[in-house]
Design a protein around this ligand. Structure first.
Ligand code: PEP
Length: 243
């Protein structure tokens, strides 16, 4: 398993359901991931169909997946197991993204099983949590995040093997980001007040771009970012990697 404690910042690109062979060619032609600081870990999570193509072009970056099956093997048409991801060089895998929770109705228990499968294969799960705008307005953010974390964390998890991504749902793909103070306070709450994830690495996600990445990543309690839309533009993601 990759030693994540060696990294000061972890920067993850989530391409979602975007890309093509032509896109990959052009993207890696333009992406500047040379001369990354040694303590920065850059990760690309393409759609599973492009994992091999992507791996051959990554150079100093790491490969991640966007999801995995909760099943090991068998009659589950369309699924991709953690061991298949491992055989295809995935080091990280996002689980519990809000789009999986909302569109595909995944619950904390599903996410816990997926994360456990990944840990068995020595892949680092990036477990996403986040509140809706309605929950935020009702001042339920802390409560919601705690409930998600505690119920999605597999039993054999540790701060060396699991990463948490705080992604307020209202900030994903909307151009709205939480304020710097809010981000830092929520990360502090997660790291210090929830003993199950004490001192875990916590990434922030939600409309991160090349303009705001540096100030977000410089916050004391932020260990990196999970980037959706802006990670599809090679010039923007190059800047974020160097922010
Ligand atoms: C995401 O998909 O995890 C995400 C944070 O998206 P965006 O950066 O586009 O808000």
């Amino acid at each position: 398993m990759l030693e994540i404690k060696e990294f000061n910042k972890i920067i993850v690109a989530n391409w979602k359901l975007n890309g093509s062979n032509d896109f990959l060619e052009a993207y890696f032609e333009e992406l500047d991931s040379k001369n990354l600081r040694l303590n920065v870990c850059g990760v690309i999570c393409p759609p599973t169909a492009y994992i091999q193509n992507c791996y051959s072009k990554l150079h100093s970056l790491y490969l991640g997946a966007q999801d995995c099956s909760k099943f090991k093997e068998g009659a589950y048409t369309g699924e991709i197991s953690a061991s298949m991801l491992k055989e295809n060089n995935c080091i990280f895998c996002i689980v519990g993204h809000s789009e999986r929770r909302q569109v595909f109705k995944e619950n904390n228990e599903d996410i816990k099983i997926k994360a456990a499968q990944l840990l068995n294969e020595k892949i680092i799960p990036i477990i996403c949590i986040g509140e809706t705008l309605e929950q935020k307005k009702m001042h339920k953010t802390h409560e919601v995040l705690k409930e998600q974390v505690i119920n999605s964390l597999p039993p054999n998890s540790s701060k060396e093997s699991v990463i948490i991504a705080y992604e307020p749902i209202w900030a994903i793909g909307t151009g709205m980001t939480a304020s710097l103070e809010e981000i830092n306070d929520i990360h502090e709450y997660l790291k210090k007040d929830i003993k199950e994830i004490e001192d875990y690495k916590i990434l922030y996600g939600g409309s991160v771009n090349s303009k705001n990445a540096s100030e977000i990543m410089n916050l004391e309690n932020v260990d990196g970012v999970l980037v959706g839309g802006a990670s599809l533009k090679a010039d923007q993601f190059s800047e974020i990697l160097k922010a």
